[in-house]
Design a protein around this ligand. Structure first.
Ligand code: PAF
Length: 291
């Protein structure tokens, strides 16, 4: 199969290298480059990738690991020309978009992961083993069968992959864990593990309760105490890491707060209920990251 990886952040790079390692044909579509190829170092080995440009001319599996604020422009770009028959789009990003059910192409798949990776210059480091879930993005397709070849390649490249007809449930869980960790690391300007010293359980429970109300309103059942427990576990497992949001703030990049706690606050208001704890975190991070 031909793969085009979009997004050369940590996860995109890790997937590109691992697909190549299992013998897939992989090229990369970077956001900007003047070069005719890109090299990524992984485990002291350098991998060279050719550059893909749009429109695609042959059936291609697109693996896009991007920031939430890049999704809309990417989908817009991909919609300029029909994808060749046999292509698919696998997309992965943190958080949720207000209008995503309207803009997601019919055959798009969400890929949700707990693998941890970071990039340092042109090297990618697989910092923490995790697992991933793949499922159809459109709820109407949720029970359709899985695309066997794509599933198998992604599973071989970066195991363990689970097929998930309820991918939305996974996405909400991941959204919740990010909402319960990332903003707090920015506010306290600390590593994930240092959050444990700030006695945040009560604040986190209120944030989680608001998330659960909105999830339930959208047909997804989550339990606030379990989410806080999961976040606690993630904080312990990644104690030495700086969260992606704190890294964004420190490197003066746009954060994903609008798509995490901001999403919860906005969408709760639309559904007729305030979410003051998420609103407060959203505003605090916006203020800290207003460069
Ligand atoms: O965004 C991140 O950094 C990670 O998803 C998380 C869960 C906070 C762990 O570092």
């Amino acid at each position: 199969m031909h793969w085009a990886v979009i997004g050369t952040g940590a996860i995109g790079s890790l997937m590109a290298v691992n697909l190549r390692r299992i013998g897939e044909h992989v090229s990369i579509k970077p956001r900007h480059t003047n070069h005719s190829s890109i090299s990524i170092i992984h485990n002291a080995h350098s991998y060279e990738f050719s550059i893909t440009t749009l429109p695609l001319t042959q059936p291609t599996q697109i693996f896009a690991a991007v920031k939430a604020y890049q999704v809309e422009a990417l989908l817009q770009e991909l919609s300029q020309a029909p994808l060749p028959e046999g292509s698919s789009l696998i997309i992965s990003y943190n958080g949720m978009l207000d209008n995503e059910s309207m803009i997601m192409p019919e055959r798009a798949l969400h890929w949700v992961t707990t693998h941890g990776a970071y990039r340092h210059e042109n090297e990618v480091v697989h910092a923490g083993m995790g697992e991933s879930w793949l499922g159809w993005a459109q709820v109407e397709r949720a029970s359709s069968s899985r695309p066997a070849e794509v599933f198998s390649a992604l599973n071989n490249a970066l195991p363990l992959l689970n097929w998930s007809p309820a991918i939305n449930q996974r996405r909400w869980q991941k959204l919740a864990v990010n909402c319960l960790i990332n903003a707090f690391t920015v506010i306290h300007n600390c590593r994930n593990g240092e959050l444990l010293q700030h006695h945040l359980q009560h604040d986190q429970l209120v944030v989680a309760q608001e998330i659960c109300w909105l999830a339930q309103h959208r047909g997804v059942q989550l339990i606030p105490e379990k989410l806080v427990e999961q976040a606690h576990q993630v904080v312990k497992n990644t104690a030495n890491n700086f969260s992606s949001m704190l890294m964004d703030v420190r490197q003066r990049r746009q954060t994903e707060i609008d798509y995490l706690n901001g999403f919860v606050a906005r969408q709760s208001a639309v559904a007729g209920r305030a979410a003051p704890a998420n609103e407060k975190l959203w505003r605090q991070v916006q203020a800290i990251s207003a460069f």
